[in-house]
Each structure stands twice: as structure tokens, then as C-alpha cells.
Design a protein around this ligand. Structure first.
Ligand code: PRX
Length: 659
């Protein structure tokens, strides 16, 4: 096999058709309908998007040109004028949606709030005026560092309304990380809260902002603070303002700024494999259209649905699929402040029962945590309102998919496994739930208008069922426009890794993938997590998935360490389910199990049992630390990427003890 392809050997053959009752009600209601849309879009992507932009969005002025493509820089709907907050709010007010719930919010302590479209519009306008009072203007960058409360969405929409690009920083990031991002974006204003509730604790936020501003970010002139936890905080005279005080004197009338389609809507920072986090830039028109269409077709939104995405607004998923996509469609979007916690591990299921949630979108890591807690917890709640399930963020192992399907979906709900990235702005590869049969572990097929391919490092197509690199061959409306302040990094990271194909540059996603004989995509993991064992390149996800299919394994992290003979040796870190205990026999059994699942080449050289794994705040295992620990090296690199950095020392001590 060529060195530049990636071996993929995990085969999954189960196929689940969309239930006919579901398909009957769906807008894209058969495989044929999907294929027709796909073919139409492929034949003339610009005409396809233009037709939808005309039909689905409100424009103050129509565009002059659909796409201006000067690789790698794309402009969509050139000359078009619109405002995404107008599309998410104002246009619903003259329809029966006026008094429909736009946001249903549940706080961790059990408090709750519902905002209709009319109420949300009013709050957004008022807050837009509050920002104006402080001198914020179109083009100024605004940092948002908030818990999951409605004010987070209000702040984002208000920024969009006045044309001030927001940069949301996840509330779990440290003061240092916040400072770096505010500095890079040169933010003028920060919107925060005293704190938020998470896992039975009041987590301070304003104190972190104070620290960040003590150490840097000199462009920040003002801080607006929402009172949430009522814990004591310091307010700096002249700089810090209470949200509720400003709102008192702000008018609820604020016309939406006329924005150019290519005006920046937001900057969102995401980590790359090297260097500082990148400020991913998204603009207005293309992003509005693409998140609107994907929300509509992937989540099959109906007028009466209660839709819940469990992400945090600090991540792209929260931007696109809690705020902009659902609200542009006039949907009811549920926001939840908390996380499953000791005092209530079943809180998600309580929320579903309480509000009659119909569509539930979460991450595989959450699903695996639920599996570990046991199915009695969800089984004790009424989840019969659910009709559609989704996952995002990482490959879902077939065992977790099956559990989700059986225990949460009662074998009735289609599952959409959605592959995309901060950079893509919206969902790229996914099932359309009334049209595309699903296979556990596969994100299935590209969304209409998305031309993806699997190629080797030289850009040559690879045969079906052979791993390769995922590339996108034609610009799409919500693609990142650049890396903020660093167009060269944008070009190098995404457009130069793979040589031109047919004379055209292609977008390199950084993921390895396999396409099967049915045209289904199986994401294997980040390219940097690929191992080469005795000439075979293996995706770490496949190994982890294989381990997790053993009844004793709750979670696992697999990496390669240097090996004299094989190039790399596979090392697995395994968290066992509660009713299994570590033993030499179990090590043998697991090695045997992986051999059976994948093949002899995938047999791990070492298996370490542990009860913790280093994970980012978004739940991804940080394998580079596992590599260092397994190789007995000193831990180097930015520990703050790990949610709980003490895990690293603990793991290191455990491994040392075993040697
Ligand atoms: O490796 C892929 C993985 O998450 C990466 C993007 O991460 P981020 O920008 O943080 O965005 C996450 C939410 C969209 C991808 O390069 N990933 C995301 N979704 C999936 C996935 N891997 C497999 N299957 C998915 N459904």
C-alpha cells in the first residue's frame, strides 16, 4: 500500500432505513429526492445556492454576483445586503411565529425562562442600544464570555444587529486563554456574567475577565456584566457596567444595520495542530444561508418542534445550531445551562421530558458517559416526544450509536451523524433523516452543494474503502473566509497541504476518511492521530471503537509510540466500566478482542487501565499527551488545553508505577 493512503479496516454492515412515518413528513423524503438535489447542486452550485438564498432569506438588496472565487478567497452573494438578526427575528414578527417560543431556557438550579420571538426581538434591540450607549459601532469586535443563559444569545444577535463582529470565548477557558483571544481580535467590549452554574457549582466568570484585563487586552474599554449567580464581584468604576442598569435606559427600537453579505459576522478561535489558536472568520450572507438550510433539512424542523442542541455557545455548534440556524428558521431552540452531574446524572432526560423535546443533538462523548452511568437512568424518564437524534464532534463508535438508537431513540428515531468543523461553519457530511439510510459510525453522505472527495497526499483519488484525506473541491457559502489577521496561515493550513486537483485548489480538512462502495463517508480521525504500525497506517478512532465494542470498556484513548521494529507500537489507555476490574487476563482478552475486530496488525502492544483520560473541554482526548506519557517522556506542551490538567500527573504516576 502507498505510504500516503491510510488503512481503514473496521467494517460495519448494519443499515437503518428512515422510518416511513418519518420520511412521509420530511421535506427531503427519499434517497431519490436527495440524489436529485445533490445532482442539481453539483451541476450548477451557484444556481442552486442562489435559488435557495432568494427563497429562504430576506435581503435588503439582492446580490450582483453569486460567487467571486479568487482561490483561496471566496465571496458569496457579492453586493447583497442583509442582516442575520433581521432574518432570525424581525421577519418572524409579522407571522404567527410572533408569540412562539424562540428560546426556551432551563438553568441548572431549575429556574427557567421562555422568550417568544417578539420578546427576544425586543431584548436584542434594547441590548444593541446598550452597546451603542457605550460607543460600540459597526466593525468593532466584541468579546463574549458567558454561561449558557439567554443573554449569551441576545448578546450575539445584538452584535449582529449593529454589525459588530462577536468573538465568543467558551466560559470554561482560563483568563490567559481569554486574554489571548481578546488581544488577537482587538476587542473593544467584553460581555460577561458574574458567573454561571455548572456541575452543582457557581463558576466565576467576571473574575477571569478582571484577570485577563489586568494582564493585557488593552483595547477593551468596557465590560458589561449580567447578574446570574449573585456571587460577590468587583466592578471597576467607569469600565464595568451591569447589563440590567444599561437596559433600563435603552430604547427597544433599533433598526438592523444594513450589512454587506461579506461583512464579518464573527470570529471564533479554534486550536490547530501547531501554533496559537486561529481566529476563524465567518461572514454574513453565506453563513446565514448555509446554517439556515442545514438546520432545515438535517434537523427536519417542523413548526411545532422543540429542538435541543446541548452544545455551548462558545463552540461553533452553539453558534450555528443553537442560535443562527434554528432562529433563522423560526424554530424553538432550547438552551440548557447545566451538565449531567452528581446531584442529577439524568438531568438531560428530565429536560427532554419536561419540555417534550422532539429533536436532540449531542456529542458522542456525552453518549459514552451516559452508557457508563447505565440505561436505568434514561429508562426512568418519558422520552417518547423524541423523533430525531443527532451527533457531532467526533466519530461515534458503532456501539455508542446502537445504544443511542436503542435506549434514547427507542429504535424509532433516525440518527444524523453530522461531520463538520469550526472552519466549515455548517454541517457538511450527514444523513438527511427522511432520505438517507444510516450505518452506525458513518456520517453518510455530503449535503447537497458540497463536493467532497477522498484523496492521497498528492491529491490523487483513492479507491473505495481505502483511507485517505478528506477534501472539499468547491467553495461553499459558509466556508471560513480567512484566519483573522493571518491570510497566509489560512492559505497554508487549508489550501496548500494537498496539491491542486484538476488545476483547482482544494480545502484540506485535516481529517482522514474512507468512502465505502455506497458513497458513505467514515471519518477516521484527525490526520495527526494516525499511526503507522508495521507499514499499516491506522486511525486511532478505529482502534478505540474496537476496544469500546468490548463489554468491559467504557472509554479508551489509543496512540502510537515509537517502536524499533514496527515503526510504531499501539498503546491503549482504557477506562473500564464499573463492574469490570483490571487483570492480566483482561489485558489478553482485550488484545484478542481488537485482533478479532480489526486484525492482527492492530493488536495493541500495551494496554493501561486508568480511570481518567486527558480531554479538552469539548471532550476530545488529547492524544499528544498520551503519547508522551506512554513513551515515558516528560510532558511538554500547553497543559491548559486539558480540562483538568491534574489528570496528566495522575496518569503519569500510574504508568510509572507499572514499569
Ligand atoms: O475531526 C473532525 C471532528 O471534529 C473536527 C472539527 O472540530 P471542531 O472544529 O471543534 O468542530 C466540532 C463541531 C463541528 C473535525 O475535523 N468531527 C466533527 N464532527 C464529526 C467529527 N468526526 C467524525 N464524525 C463527526 N460527526
Amino acid at each position: 500500500m502507498s505510504e500516503t493512503t491510510i488503512e481503514s479496516i473496521l467494517q460495519e454492515t448494519r443499515l437503518f432505513y428512515p422510518p416511513s412515518e418519518f420520511a412521509q413528513e420530511a421535506e427531503i423524503n427519499s434517497l431519490k429526492a436527495y440524489e436529485e438535489h445533490y445532482a442539481e447542486a453539483k451541476a450548477d452550485p451557484q444556481a442552486f445556492w442562489a435559488k435557495l438564498a432568494q427563497k429562504e432569506l430576506h435581503w435588503f438588496k439582492k446580490w450582483d454576483q453569486v460567487l467571486d472565487w479568487q482561490p483561496p478567497f471566496a465571496k458569496w452573494f457579492v453586493g447583497g445586503k442583509l442582516n442575520i438578526s433581521y432574518n432570525c427575528l424581525d421577519r418572524h414578527l409579522t407571522t404567527p411565529r410572533r408569540n412562539k417560543a424562540a428560546i426556551i431556557w432551563e438553568g441548572e438550579p431549575g429556574d427557567s425562562r421562555t422568550l417568544t420571538y417578539a420578546q427576544l426581538h425586543r431584548e436584542v434591540c434594547q441590548f444593541a442600544n446598550s452597546m451603542k450607549q457605550l460607543g460600540v459601532k459597526k466593525g468593532d469586535r466584541v468579546g463574549i464570555y458567558m454561561p449558557m443563559i439567554p443573554e449569551a444569545a441576545i448578546a450575539m444577535l445584538a452584535c449582529a444587529r449593529i454589525g459588530a463582529p462577536h468573538s465568543v470565548v467558551f466560559g470554561g477557558f482560563s483568563a490567559e486563554a481569554l486574554k489571548d483571544r481578546l488581544e488577537d481580535a482587538q476587542a473593544k467590549l467584553v460581555i460577561t456574567a458574574d458567573g454561571g452554574f455548572r456541575k452543582d457549582k457557581a463558576v466565576p466568570l467576571k473574575a477571569q475577565v478582571d484577570l485577563a484585563l489586568e494582564h493585557g487586552a488593552p483595547t477593551v474599554e468596557n465590560v458589561i456584566v449580567v447578574q446570574r449567580t449573585k456571587e460577590p464581584i468587583t466592578m471597576v468604576e467607569g469600565r464595568d457596567h451591569w447589563w440590567h442598569d444599561l437596559q433600563k435606559t435603552s430604547s427597544p427600537h433599533c433598526p438592523a444595520e444594513i450589512m454587506d453579505s461579506e461583512d464579518t459576522l464573527f470570529i471564533l478561535y479554534t486550536s490547530g495542530s501547531t501554533g496559537k489558536p486561529k481566529g476563524v472568520v465567518h461572514t454574513t450572507g453565506g453563513y446565514n444561508l448555509y446554517t439556515h438550510m442545514t438546520s432545515k433539512w438535517v434537523f427536519d424542523l417542523k413548526e411545532t418542534d422543540v429542538y435541543w442542541c446541548t452544545a455551548d455557545v462558545g463552540w461553533i455548534t452553539g453558534h450555528s445550531y443553537i442560535v443562527y440556524g434554528p432562529l433563522s428558521n423560526g424554530a424553538t431552540s432550547l438552551m440548557y445551562e447545566g451538565a449531567p452531574r452528581a446531584s442529577n446524572p439524568g438531568c438531560f432526560w428530565d429536560v427532554i421530558e419536561k419540555y417534550g423535546v422532539n429533536i436532540f443533538y449531542t456529542a458522542p462523548t456525552a453518549i459514552r458517559a451516559f452508557i457508563k452511568m447505565g440505561e436505568d437512568i434514561p429508562n426512568a424518564r418519558d422520552l417518547s416526544s423524541l423523533r430525531l437524534l443527532g451527533t457531532v464532534g467526533e466519530p461515534i463508535n458503532p456501539e455508542a450509536w446502537m445504544w443511542y438508537h436503542r435506549v434514547i431513540g427507542a429504535e424509532r428515531c433516525p440518527i444524523v451523524d453530522t461531520w463538520w468543523q469550526t472552519e466549515t461553519g455548517g454541517i457538511m457530511v450527514t444523513a438527511l433523516p427522511g432520505a438517507i439510510p444510516t450505518k452506525p459510525g458513518s456520517a453518510t453522505r455530503p449535503f447537497p452543494g458540497i463536493i467532497v472527495d477522498v484523496v492521497d497526499k498528492q491529491g490523487n483519488p483513492v479507491p473505495d474503502n481505502t483511507g485517505g484525506y478528506l477534501v472539499v473541491k468547491y467553495p461553499w457559502p459558509s466556508m471560513l473566509r480567512t484566519v483573522y489577521g493571518n491570510p497566509e496561515r489560512f492559505r497554508k493550513t487549508y489550501w496548500e497541504e494537498i496539491p491542486h486537483i484538476d488545476g483547482q485548489p482544494v480545502y484540506f480538512a485535516g481529517d482522514s476518511v474512507r468512502r465505502d462502495e455506497d458513497g458513505y463517508f467514515w471519518i477516521m480521525g484527525r490526520v495527526d492521530d494516525v499511526m503507522n504500525v508495521a507499514g499499516h497506517r491506522l486511525g486511532s478512532m478505529e482502534l478505540e471503537s474496537a476496544l469500546k465494542s468490548h463489554p468491559g470498556v467504557a472509554e479508551s484513548g489509543v496512540i502510537g509510540i515509537p517502536d524499533e521494529i514496527k515503526g510504531e507500537e499501539i498503546v491503549a489507555f482504557v477506562i473500564l466500566k464499573n463492574d469490570f476490574s483490571p487483570s492480566d487476563d483482561l489485558v489478553k482478552e482485550l488484545k484478542q478482542h481488537v485482533m478479532e475486530e480489526i486484525g492482527a496488525i492492530a493488536r495493541p502492544g500495551e494496554i493501561y487501565f486508568t480511570d481518567v483520560l486527558p480531554k479538552t473541554r469539548s471532550g476530545k482526548i488529547v492524544r499528544r499527551f498520551l503519547r508522551q506519557i506512554a513513551a515515558g517522556q516528560e510532558i511538554v506542551g500547553d497543559r491548559s488545553t486539558v480540562e483538568d490538567p491534574t489528570v496528566l500527573d495522575k496518569l503519569e504516576a500510574e504508568i510509572r508505577e507499572k514499569h
